[in-house]
Design a protein around this ligand. Structure first.
Ligand code: ZN
Length: 438
């Protein structure tokens, strides 16, 4: 019996024109629904002088005002527990996830039963896309506490895989699970995948020989979309790495890599993507870099209309070799993480891509951003491999030249540490960027 290639072939390979027709139909419904049921949208539409009937084409979305994280914070708890962006009574809400609050008050994302089931079906689609099948054993090693990535494991269960709810087990116990139960797929963050592989080696476990992991899903940091980082993790584990992308504001199943590994397919049946100019807010054509703005097309508990994500990237709507027609997003980094040196936009992910590509150093790094003489500058600290006999000055010059060549601006300083000298290896998200500016 031949196995189906797609989780939902009709949906995933829908011709672009049909896909957009479907988006427009859902957009009209959700805009009307939001206007009638969420007090915030009623007010903001009225203030902007726009009515739901004004949406007759996808481009008409430009008539609607933007919202952002601040809108979520300012409206949450206002008028009701879930606030003025919520469009259903609380008794219809079955689940909330919350953001980490790393940049302010945590925001809640509510789901109705239907929202939640559709979220998990989208997740099953991504799992199937990377080759997960019912015969797989899957370890979900993501945080379950409040985090929107926690419930993603249900998508794997609905697909029929044998699921192990790992959560954030200490490395030693997780390695016991990997060794004893021989699971084939794991999901974690890229920095933790690296850390776990190294910890295994230190404990005499060779991930390539002693473990059965064939695929690693990563999310939560950009590493999975940085070729050199992805390849480093793949070499360490002898496994394929796929990048996934979710947003606490929407759900944990927004986008995922396919076998082509050229961007992440975004669930365009759920999310309408716009790319906008950072300064003017104007819509940019596909392929141009700007801030990604999402409109949720089907989430009823809290519709997000024109939500500015703070992610900088671009969308590619050209056909993918895998046959899927949904566009692919490429993310350069967070707007808040970007810094400008000598008129060049620098993303921490660009620096990581360079560092991970250089031979003779461990790939660990620490970046300091600071101001000197009223000018923004950056310095980089790295670790030499234990068996690297090159003098420090040679390594410094190598790193400095590589950064200049790829990013366009040299760091003001490169400092070389011995192997393990940087305290950047962590159990969870790593702190590698220190911004010393006021
Ligand atoms: Zn594809």
């Amino acid at each position: 019996m031949s196995e189906k290639k797609y989780w939902d072939e009709a949906l995933e390979t829908l011709p672009r024109a049909e896909l957009e027709k479907r988006q427009l139909k859902d957009l009209k419904v959700i805009v009307q629904f939001a206007y009638e049921n969420a007090p915030y949208y009623k007010r903001s539409f009225d203030e902007a002088g726009v009515k739901p009937e004004d949406i007759q084409t996808l481009a008409d979305i430009q008539k609607l005002p933007f919202i952002d994280k601040t809108t979520q914070r300012d409206t949450q708890g206002v008028g009701s527990f879930l606030g003025e962006l919520c469009a259903v009574p609380e008794e219809e809400v079955i689940f909330i996830s919350t953001s980490s609050g790393s940049t302010g008050v945590p925001t809640m994302s509510p789901f109705t039963k239907k929202d939640f089931d559709e979220f998990q079906d989208a997740e099953s689609r991504w799992f199937w896309q990377i080759g997960m099948r019912p015969k797989d054993r899957y370890v979900h090693a993501l945080n379950f506490s409040l985090y929107v990535g926690g419930p993603d494991v249900i998508g794997a269960q609905n697909l029929g895989a044998l699921c192990i709810w790992g959560g954030t087990l200490p490395s030693e116990r997780l390695l016991y699970v990997l060794k004893t139960y021989q699971p084939t797929i794991i999901w974690t963050s890229p920095s933790y995948a690296w850390h776990l592989g190294e910890t295994a080696m230190k404990n005499g476990i060779d991930p390539k020989k002693d473990l059965a992991i064939k695929k690693i899903i990563v999310a939560g940091e950009l590493g999975g979309s940085i070729d050199s980082t992805r390849k480093a993790i793949e070499d360490l584990w002898g496994a394929e790495v796929f990048d996934f992308y979710g947003l606490s504001d929407i759900f944990g199943a927004c986008a995922a890599m396919c076998e082509a590994k050229d961007g992440l397919h975004i669930a365009e049946d759920h999310i309408l993507v716009e790319t906008i100019d950072l300064k003017t807010g104007e819509i940019l054509p596909p392929g141009e870099v700007g801030e990604l703005v999402y409109t949720t097309l089907r989430k009823h508990a809290r519709p997000l209309l024109r939500f500015r994500t703070g992610d900088i990237g671009w969308i590619d709507n050209t056909p993918c070799s895998c046959g899927r027609t949904h566009g692919r997003i490429h993310i350069n980094g967070r707007k808040d993480d970007m810094f400008i040196v000598s008129a060049v936009n620098v993303f921490p992910s660009d620096i990581e891509a360079v560092i991970r590509d250089i031979k003779g150093i461990t790939g660990e790094y620490l970046v300091r951003i600071f101001e000197k003489d009223y000018t923004c500058k950056y310095s980089v600290e790295i670790e030499r491999n234990a068996d690297n006999a090159e003098p420090d000055e040679r390594i410094e010059a190598l790193v400095s030249d590589a950064l200049k060549a790829r990013i366009g601006v040299k760091p003001s300083d490169v400092k070389v540490h011995p192997d393990g000298g940087l305290n950047t290896r962590s159990e969870h998200k790593s702190k590698r960027i220190i911004d010393e500016r006021n």
